[in-house]
Write a protein that binds this ligand. Structure first.
Ligand code: NAP
Length: 305
């Protein structure tokens, strides 16, 4: 019987684990593969405080993991298949068997949203990608499309210019959502061409991507761009299937919590990108992980009497 089981090993889960392990709780972190979460696919992080020259996403997460383990956090690679949360003893069902804990911190993060257009499923992994760090080097001196106008799309478009000859950035409006500093860099970059008010409608190719068809949402005009890669960065969907019907979710499926990260069930907390909120950052996930760990300690003091 654990004091707390943390599900998910991104910045929120690792921070909660660090704090709870340091507070000498009996804590286990479960992660499907290796800890790190979505940050692992981010090439360079330059707005996480304490690293004035920036740090690679991989190194940042590796450091967080090492720091948590130094305080005794146990990390287990295991897929959680179900949760039983209604009684005071929470049960976590995994492929390796059932585990029990007095409290749960749910930090399962979010997954990239797909476009849902012709050619996407067929060419997934054959030219369509959600990770510029992983796949950018395959497109040396080629042309690629980047879909989206948020921080991720603009940041990754800039990163891709290291390899490719041209980035066709495709955004459905005529104004970027991304932070001003990123906008300025992208708008002045000679390798980035902006396709405003445009949405992708079809991706061409059989064995690999050969082109993308874009429709102008104002004029209805359709154009084809001959690109060899398509990078999709149109936001994320929460990894909340495990708690559907168990915890209160918002209309988009993100977990609703109070200010102390407490979900609709006492003793069950949520932190990071899976939580319903406005701003998804490494720094906000870290802060929420710390708050959740503290709330767990207070909760355990009460249930333990
Ligand atoms: P996001 O902020 O939700 O942006 C998604 C972008 O995709 C928006 O420009 C949106 O257009 C567009 N979009 C959504 N659905 C679409 C569709 N079906 N077809 C075409 N375009 C579509 O997602 P994100 O950029 O992944 O960022 C997620 C969170 O992480 C944000 O809070 C962001 O600030 C944060 N983040 C921060 C950093 C950083 O600080 N360095 C880096 C990456 C991410 P509209 O603009 O028209 O809605």
């Amino acid at each position: 019987m654990y004091d707390v089981i943390i599900i998910g090993g991104g910045p929120a889960g690792l921070t909660a684990g660090l704090y709870n392990a340091r507070a000498r709780l009996n804590v286990l972190l479960l992660e499907r593969l290796a800890p790190g979460g979505q940050v692992l696919t981010t090439d360079w992080v330059e707005n996480y405080p304490g690293f004035p020259d920036g740090i690679s996403g991989f190194e940042l997460m590796d450091r967080m993991k090492t720091q948590a383990e130094n305080f005794g956090l146990k990390i287990q690679s295991d897929e959680v298949t179900g949760l039983e949360l209604s009684s005071e003893r929470k049960r976590v069902l995994t492929a390796a068997g059932a585990l029990e804990a007095k409290a749960i911190i749910f930090c399962c993060g979010a997954t990239w949203k797909k476009l849902g257009i012709e050619g996407e499923d067929r060419l997934m992994g054959k030219g369509i990608s959600f990770c510029a760090t992983c796949d950018g080097p395959f497109y040396r001196n080629q042309e690629v499309a980047v879909i989206g106008g948020g921080d991720t799309a603009v940041e990754e478009a800039i990163f891709l210019t290291r390899f490719v000859s041209k980035v066709h950035l495709v955004h459905r409006r005529d104004k970027l959502r991304a932070a001003r500093v990123l906008q300025e860099r992208a708008l002045s970059h000679e390798k980035i061409e902006f396709n405003w008010n445009a949405v992708p409608v079809k991706i061409y190719g059989e064995k690999g991507v050969e082109g993308i068809e874009l429709r102008n949402v104002k004029t209805g005009d359709v154009v084809r761009k001959n690109v060899q890669g398509v990078f999709v960065f149109i936001g994320t969907i929460p990894n909340s299937d495990l708690v559907k019907g168990l915890l209160r979710l918002d209309q988009n499926g993100f977990v609703v919590t109070d200010d102390n990260m407490q979900t609709s069930i006492p003793g069950v907390f949520a932190a990071g990108d899976v939580r319903s909120k406005l701003f998804r950052q490494i720094s906000t996930a870290v802060g929420e992980g710390a708050v959740a760990s503290y709330a767990v300690e207070k909760y355990l003091e009460n249930v333990a009497g």
